[in-house]
Design a protein around this ligand. Structure first.
Ligand code: TA6
Length: 307
């Protein structure tokens, strides 16, 4: 069923609901300070362009089809991460990213747009995960920051435990030159097949010399992506896990919706509560997780400064 904004919802100037790629409904944002795009399927932010290029990365081979996760942007992983705590849950990363959310709010101020999208349990979701819930996703997009907030409420009469992740794909110039700072001292699990799972402690800033797939646990630290003269910052509230992923050569080639040579231009730094950091909600309780993403392009700043 193709969603339409809630009947009483009037979209402000600069915000329109359009047929996106593959005909999937998308909210297109065009403000003086930034442009962006959010698909109703998965409440999936696929673009945030505050000034120069897109801060987010989407594969050229991404498939835009009902029920297929979009390869890139910010997929919402809920109510489990990967295969879930026991590794057997399907679909991978939960059903939220392949289910259509309702657009329930859209407001614009002089600096940003705020969208509200909602997802509640259905007979289909209960068949996969037998719990009643209400999820609300806030997307605040402006020139200075992309702020994503996922609030989950237990609307049932029994406690439930869930995992969640804002699985952010960031565009980088060359992953081999990138460093991620801020997670030093944090413990992580290594999920690269065939490697020592750990736990390990992150001693230094993270560099990339091969497939990297790490779930940092018990850390609320801000991650800082150093990409040449660009800095992308991922600050987290209500999140105790951070996931860092680059598929490198072999895994990129093994994914049909990921170009074989695209691995050099992307990096996932995800805001999450996964594995040991899964969240338990009593009936009526709510949990909120927020990612606050900023980008500074020092080269662009210098250019503007010199003009
Ligand atoms: O977040 C890292 C990860 O769990 C990797 O192991 C890899 O599977 C990635 O997510 C992408 O998962 P997807 O289901 O979108 O192909």
């Amino acid at each position: 069923m193709t969603q339409v904004p809630s009947p009483q919802l009037t979209l402000p100037d600069g915000v329109e609901l359009v047929p996106g790629r593959g005909g999937l409904p998308a909210v297109r944002i065009d403000l003086p300070g930034c442009t962006g795009e959010v698909y109703l399927q998965g409440a999936h932010v696929t673009s945030w362009r505050p000034a120069g290029g897109d801060v987010l990365w989407v594969s050229e081979a991404a498939v835009f089809r009902t029920g297929k996760a979009i390869r890139g942007g910010v997929p919402i992983c809920f109510p489990w991460f990967a295969g879930g705590v026991d590794g057997t849950s399907t679909p991978a990363h939960g059903f939220a990213r392949i289910t259509e959310w309702n657009l329930v709010g859209a407001t614009v101020d002089d600096r940003s747009v705020e969208l509200k999208l909602a997802l509640t349990d259905t007979v289909d979701t209960r068949a996969m995960w037998p719990h009643s819930f209400a999820a609300e996703y806030g997307v605040r997009m402006g020139r200075d920051e992309l702020c994503l907030t996922l609030a989950v409420t237990n609307t049932g009469d029994e406690a439930f435990t869930f995992e969640e992740a804002l699985h952010s794909y960031f565009a980088v110039r060359d992953i081999r030159q990138v460093r991620v700072e801020g997670l030093e001292g944090a413990s992580y699990l290594n999920t690269v097949p065939g490697e020592d799972a750990g736990p390990h402690v992150q001693d230094d800033p993270i560099g990339f010399t091969g497939e990297t797939d790490r779930t940092y646990q018990g850390t609320t630290a801000t991650a800082v992506i150093r990409d040449g003269d660009r800095t992308v910052t991922v600050a987290r509230d209500g999140s105790a896990s951070a996931v860092v992923w680059n598929p490198w050569v072999a895994k990129s080639a093994a994914m049909s919706d990921f170009g074989d040579d695209e691995w050099t231009g992307m990096l996932c730094v995800e805001t999450a509560n996964a594995k040991a950091d899964a969240v338990t909600l009593e009936p009526g309780a709510e949990h909120t997780m927020t990612a606050r993403i900023t980008e500074v392009d020092h080269g662009q700043e210098a250019l503007i400064g010199s003009s």
